[in-house]
Design a protein around this ligand. Structure first.
Ligand code: UD1
Ligand code: MG
Length: 447
């Protein structure tokens, strides 16, 4: 659809973010485990821009490194000192030489803007508007720029609160800061901005009035407060996180997962759940989790970096760490921790177990309290357990070690040597009985 095409996106990130009280740049603070700047870039990427330009302040090496990791179409430019949003866009302008169509301008600290809204804005430009602005109606218009409209509802000017008359301050419809500008108009006008205003800044918003004066149309796309929430403090970060979580809960339910108590389940930006997955209350998903169809995640489980195949069952109270991979129908029960380990189809690790750096064959059974001793204080070593093997309760498997297919390990064993397929290995003190010892002992102590 041509109305969704954009030429470029400029993401402003030169602000200092002092209210975060953090040594991490504000736009690298995470929502759903992804930096705010990453969320904005993701929304923009839905429109396949030819170029994405991130404008950073001085000493922004961390932001630059993150931006570059997002992909080859991303460039960064430095704005120093920051002299306003129009000045920020001026820094990006040299990279727009070959760009035509809509150019989006967004803020990296406004992370909840959706690709769909950006498509609507780009559509306004592609239908002939010179400028399209994303407007909203906050409860308190405060310091936001006010959107002045003509009788058709089109935008005629954006008035910054500091420069507004009382009559203009009474306008409820405000500028969220997200704008789309037609590329040729932007390139012609961006260096014409003046800073003769209350803040002595170069306002990007002045482009609206300039466009109208030159006979162009400016459009307003409206949205709710939530989508344009700006993050300046930890408290606002938490509000944005809550909005993100609600959206994600809704989207996994729309895709066919059951959340028994949605509000108590926390997702990462990249969590993927199949159809007919059930997630019980109080589950936390960290980054990098894929869950297949018909799997069940029981209450109070913490899961990150894990692959969970169709029909597998996890928890309650399970911890899956990065590299955990459960095959179809595998079961990981309560108080079990799995790290960097494959659990074969139908295998069961039901209670109180640590499995790390291991491979467990199909249909194997790992008894309660069994652990892989994978770490010797210096390096990590692998445990391989064959299919249909049975590891007795409270066994320690000292890696590197292999347990063959179908073998048994007696309960309480400390296994330091490989066990051949089909064998029983017992490695513990033999049981001895001393006839009547206990009875005699009690009698000797009787007063
Ligand atoms: C801006 C808008 C205002 C809008 C409001 C929404 C202008 C002139 N005003 O005002 O209409 O209602 O946002 O929140 O555009 N930035 C830079 N370089 C700069 C200045 C800002 O990169 O030189 C970045 C900041 O990091 C921030 C964003 O641009 O992410 C907005 O800057 P801010 O100073 O908050 O603008 P406002 O005065 O709030
Ligand atoms: Mg602001």
């Amino acid at each position: 659809m041509t109305s969704e095409i954009i030429g470029a996106a400029i993401i402003l990130a030169a602000g200092k973010g002092t209210r975060m009280k953090s040594s991490l740049p504000k736009v690298l603070h995470e929502i759903g485990g992804r930096a705010m700047l990453g969320h904005v870039a993701d929304a923009v990427m839905e429109l396949n821009p030819q170029a994405v330009i991130v404008v950073t302040g001085k000493d922004a090496d961390e932001i630059d490194a993150f931006a570059i990791s997002l992909g080859s179409s991303i460039n960064t430019v430095t704005q120093s000192p920051p002299l306003g949003t129009g000045h920020a866009v001026q820094q990006a302008a040299p990279l727009l030489k070959t760009i035509s169509g809509a150019v989006l301008v967004l803020y990296a600290d406004t992370p909840l803007v959706t690709g769909n809204t950006l498509k609507t804005m780009a559509g306004e430009i592609n239908r002939g508007a010179a400028v399209a602005v994303l407007g909203f109606t906050p409860d308190d218009p405060g310091a936001y720029g006010r959107l002045k409209q003509n009788e058709n509802g089109d935008l005629i000017a954006i008035i910054e609160a500091n420069d507004a008359s009382d009559q203009e301050l009474a306008i409820r419809l405000c500028n969220s800061g997200v704008m789309a500008v037609e590329a040729e108009f932007l390139k012609r006008q961006i260096f014409e901005l003046k800073n003769d205003n209350a803040k002595s800044e170069y306002y990007l918003t002045d482009l609206a009035e300039i466009a109208v004066a030159k006979g162009n149309r400016c459009a307003i796309v409206e949205t709710d407060d939530e989508e344009v929430l700006g993050v300046n403090s930890r408290a606002e970060l938490a509000v944005a996180e809550a909005v993100f979580q609600d959206r994600k809960r809704q989207s996994v339910m729309d895709a066919g997962a059951t959340l028994i108590d949605p509000q108590s389940v926390f997702f990462s930006h990249d969590t993927s759940l199949g159809r007919d997955v059930t997630v019980e209350p109080n589950v936390v998903f960290g980054a990098g989790v894929n869950v297949g169809n018909n799997a069940t995640i029981k209450a109070f489980s913490h899961i990150e970096g894990a692959q969970i195949a169709d029909g597998a069952s996890v928890g309650p109270f399970a911890r899956l760490r990065p590299g955990a991979s459960l095959s179809e129908g595998a079961k990981v029960g309560n108080f079990v921790e799995i790290k960097n380990a494959e659990i074969g189809a139908g295998a069961k690790v039901s209670h109180l177990t640590y499995i790390g750096d291991a491979s467990i064959g199909a249909e194997a059974n790992i008894g309660a309290g069994a652990i892989t001793c994978n770490y010797d204080g210096f390096g990590k070593h692998k445990t391989t357990i064959g299919k249909n093997a049975f590891i007795g309760s409270n066994s320690s498997l000292v890696a590197p070690v292999e347990i063959g297919d179908g073998a048994y390990v007696g309960s309480g064993s400390v296994i330091t040597k490989n066990v051949e397929p089909g064998d029983l290995a017992v490695a513990r003190g033999r049981q001895a009985a001393i006839k009547d010892w206990a009875t005699k002992f009690r009698q000797a102590h009787k007063k």
